[in-house]
Ligand binder design. Structure first.
Ligand code: 13P
Ligand code: SF4
Length: 371
């Protein structure tokens, strides 16, 4: 067992720090300002044995510079939970799952949105705020789900099942969203699918989330699926859950297993709770605080890093997390460069006609969501 923060015992293996050779001074900031910023980062990240004061000093000049530029250039910086803690706690104005971040991108008053995440999320922000400049620092940060389906695939499925409503997961390109009736996320796919008219449904592109949906709608709707999956969540296995349950039983601890719905059916069946990255975080905090349970998170490492930083009580994390190579492509250097002078491919551009049609599927999602 390793103590990583003031509050957190871990048998969980955490990802290495995203460190590159960095400078600890900057002529624009005094050493006192850099020291204060490093202390702020260390406190906020809450892993003082990994993210030490010395480590935080190497990123402080950059977070100070980015935060100053955000003010000067009227930028809101939105980061997905799976971004690294230096981004989440150093420079982000909003952090969350894809549903909450879509709403923030839609309603933000700033003239520029910088989206630290994968491409489809930045594209979604542009669809929701087409009049704003949307910057995506890592144009090459994709997603196995969004890259696993094209608009032509959706059109072919609609031709095979004419008149059947099409729900597409938000992990899709703008062109795919333009072919769908309603967009869904990991926090609302069950509720929205239930409300759609008729006894048939096309759901794309996540086959595993689709199987969970099929089970939920059994006897009510026939669901037609596409063959996509998330390379991170599809790799988790039920045997690792069994192993951790045996270990917890040996130690006499109550273990709660919280899984993302992009996981395989046997993994979800072996779990106690299924939800979006944000819902997993909320449940981890609740179950550890109210019931003293140890937590195993079956999702990307960013959710565990947030639990460590944001829990106000002792929380024990068990098992191991996996990093999404796409989510982890963005570094503070990319954010600084793209906020100072973005390259053409870091500015999201989408054809007006695609925006108009994709927007309808997102608006339909907001209209059908309870929150
Ligand atoms: P969430 O909406 O649950 O954050 O999911 C996004 C994602 O890409 C999960 O892999
Ligand atoms: Fe895509 Fe999976 Fe990475 Fe999420 S974790 S961005 S679904 S590849």
């Amino acid at each position: 067992m390793v103590l990583v923060g003031d509050n957190t015992e871990m048998s969980m293996k955490m990802p290495p720090l995203p460190m590159r050779p960095r400078i600890t001074s900057d002529p624009d900031f005094t050493s006192q300002e850099i020291n204060d910023e490093a202390n702020r980062l260390m406190e906020r990240i809450g892993q003082r044995l990994r993210w030490t004061l010395e480590a935080c000093k190497t990123i402080a000049p950059m977070t100070l510079r980015i935060n100053r530029l955000k003010q000067q250039k009227d930028v809101i910086l939105i980061a997905h939970t799976y971004q690294t803690p230096d981004i989440v706690y150093g420079v982000a104005d909003a952090v969350g799952d894809s549903y909450s971040l879509s709403k923030i991108a839609r309603d933000a008053p700033q003239s520029t949105i910088l989206f630290s995440s994968v491409r489809f999320m930045a594209e979604t922000a542009k669809i929701l705020s087409p009049g704003k400049r949307v910057i995506h620092p890592s144009p090459e940060a994709g997603c196995s789900l969004s890259e696993g389906i094209t608009a032509a695939d959706v059109i072919a499925m609609k031709e095979m099942h004419p008149g059947v409503p099409v729900a597409c997961y938000i992990n899709t390109t703008a062109a795919v969203k333009a072919e769908c009736d309603v967009c869904v996320t990991s926090s609302n796919y069950l509720a929205i699918a239930e409300k759609l008219p008729g006894d048939q449904l096309i759901f794309v592109p996540d086959r595993l989330m689709g199987q969970h949906l099929k089970k939920h709608l059994a006897g009510k709707k026939t669901v037609f699926l596409h063959e996509g999956d998330c390379e991170v969540h599809a790799a988790f296995t039920a045997s690792t859950i069994d192993r951790q349950r045996r270990e917890a039983a040996k130690r006499g601890i109550d273990l709660r297993v919280l899984a993302h719905p992009e996981c395989a059916e046997d993994v979800l069946n072996a779990s106690d709770f299924v939800g979006s990255s944000e819902k997993i975080l909320i449940e981890a905090k609740r179950a550890s605080r109210d019931e003293g349970a140890a937590i195993m998170m079956i999702t990307e490492c960013g959710t565990a890093e947030r639990a460590i930083a944001e829990s106000d009580h002792p929380i024990e994390l068990m098992g191991s997390c996996t990093m999404c190579r796409h989510m982890k492509r963005t570094h503070l250097e990319d954010i600084l460069q793209s906020i100072e002078a973005p390259d053409a491919d870091q500015i999201i551009e989408i054809e007006d006609s695609v925006i108009t049609r994709a927007r309808m599927s997102l608006d339909q999602m907001f209209a059908m969501s309870d929150c």
